[in-house]
Design a binder for this molecule. Structure first.
Ligand SMILES: [Zn+2]
Ligand SMILES: [Zn+2]
Ligand SMILES: [Zn+2]
Ligand SMILES: [Zn+2]
Length: 411
């Protein structure tokens, strides 16, 4: 089996392990391990035993049409972004995969205002949202892995990008009051015209025949043309307005992200639920074992067991959020974690970046991403953001994502 094949076989197993095997722990108390020791944040500060409460994110089907609109300040996954600043969107250059030059696809956004007096610029972070995009090509993500390990490259090449946007309470886009809960709220201003294909990025390019269809890129114009605009274009020249929704059928399905505190899940499972998981756990037991065998060292095995134990408290979580200077990511694999110096300083203020949240591979299951050989997959995507959440003129500031794949090792 080639190296690449092995890699994908492991990925395959990971997905079947979504509902984790609690029986490992039951049979073998030695599997009980300490929280992994994260080298990037624990070396110079003694914080062992300190608990940072984690908020978990889950995906839910939409309950209504309006709650994911930008003026309701949603956290959401899939579909199109609800841009917080609807005008000053990221530049065309930042919207592209740096490897294949295709426009990036919207993965999720997290609404995370910082309103405590103690935070640096709490007036400017009354509204605050983080947006994660990625190229759906696994080949690009593998290339991204190599780039990720280059410390502070002149021109970083990424297929995963994160943007931070923040606004004060008084701003020209939204009312200063909380939105009404009946769906009647309207934004104060219209947003920038978006690409008719992806509904994601700014549509600065206009179709030269109908002068109505707008695109973020030549690639999306071509895709729309092939999928039907060729016929619709002539009709549009005389009458119809363009539909506002994205024409692309390759966007990930849209969900609302709801949150719960992780502590709510401790000891919550009843005995019968527990034994159900044990039963289904037996089936995957073999693959757990062979997956564990594939890991190079004991550290990876321990790390994986510890990760599984923690995730099993709420196996459907897709997101773990904890914005605190000392918060750490929960790493599935021991190797392939960044050290503190692998996380670049903020591009805008030069300050430290700290952990804010991580995305789990469960999201791929909800997105219906296949377990094919070259399908997109990851162990976790960890997002680091400017600790000061610095203000500045840009509508969207690029932050930093660290991607861990299942069977990667440090170079
Ligand atoms: Zn790409
Ligand atoms: Zn587009
Ligand atoms: Zn046209
Ligand atoms: Zn900064």
């Amino acid at each position: 089996m080639s190296k690449e094949m092995e890699f994908d076989a492991n990925e395959e197993k990971l997905k079947t392990l979504r509902v984790s095997s609690l029986d490992e722990e039951e049979d073998d108390n030695e599997a009980q391990v300490d929280e992994i020791d994260d080298p990037d944040l624990s070396t110079d500060e003694d914080e062992e035993g300190e608990v940072h409460p984690v908020t978990l994110g889950f995906v839910e089907k939409l309950k209504n049409k309006w709650s994911l609109l930008r003026h309701y300040f949603p956290s959401k996954a899939g579909g199109t972004p609800a841009w917080l600043d609807p005008i000053n969107l990221p530049s065309e250059k930042s919207s592209l995969c740096d490897f294949c030059s295709e426009p990036l696809q919207f993965l999720l956004q997290v609404y995370g205002p910082l309103t405590e007096e103690s935070t640096f610029h709490h007036e400017s972070t009354f509204h605050r949202a983080l947006f994660v995009f990625m190229c759906p090509s696994m080949a690009c993500l593998l290339r991204d892995q190599h780039e990720q390990w280059k410390r502070h490259p002149e021109k970083p090449c990424r297929s995963v990008k994160v943007f931070r946007c923040q606004l004060p309470q008084t701003n020209s886009f939204y009312s200063g009051k909380p939105p009404s809960e009946d769906g009647t709220e309207q934004p104060l201003t219209a947003g920038a015209k978006l690409c008719n294909w992806c509904g994601t990025w700014k549509g600065d390019k206009v179709c030269s025949s109908c002068r109505k269809a707008r695109y973020c890129s030549g690639k999306h114009q071509a895709a729309h043309w092939r999928s039907g605009h060729r016929l619709a274009c002539t009709r549009l020249q005389t009458s119809l307005e363009m539909s506002e929704s994205a024409a692309s059928n390759s966007l990930w399905p849209q969900y609302e992200i709801t949150i719960e505190d992780e502590c709510e899940f401790e000891n919550e499972m009843s005995d019968s639920e527990y034994s159900n998981i044990l039963v289904s756990g037996n089936r995957v037991d073999e693959s757990v074992r062979s997956l564990m065998d594939d890991f190079a060292g004991d550290d990876d095995k321990r790390s994986w067991a510890s990760f599984q134990e923690r995730i099993s408290r709420a196996p459907e979580q897709v997101l773990r959020y904890c914005r605190s200077a000392k918060a750490k990511a929960l790493w599935p694999v021991h190797s392939g974690r960044p050290s503190r110096s692998d996380i670049p300083a903020c591009n805008y203020c030069g300050g430290t970046r700290c952990f804010e949240f991580q995305v789990l591979p469960q999201l791929l299951y909800y997105f219906g991403v296949q377990n094919d050989v070259d399908s997109l997959d990851w162990a976790t995507i960890v997002v680091y953001t400017c600790e000061a959440s610095c203000k500045g003129d840009e509508g969207y500031k690029e932050e930093f994502a660290w991607v861990q794949l299942v069977s990667q090792s440090a170079p």
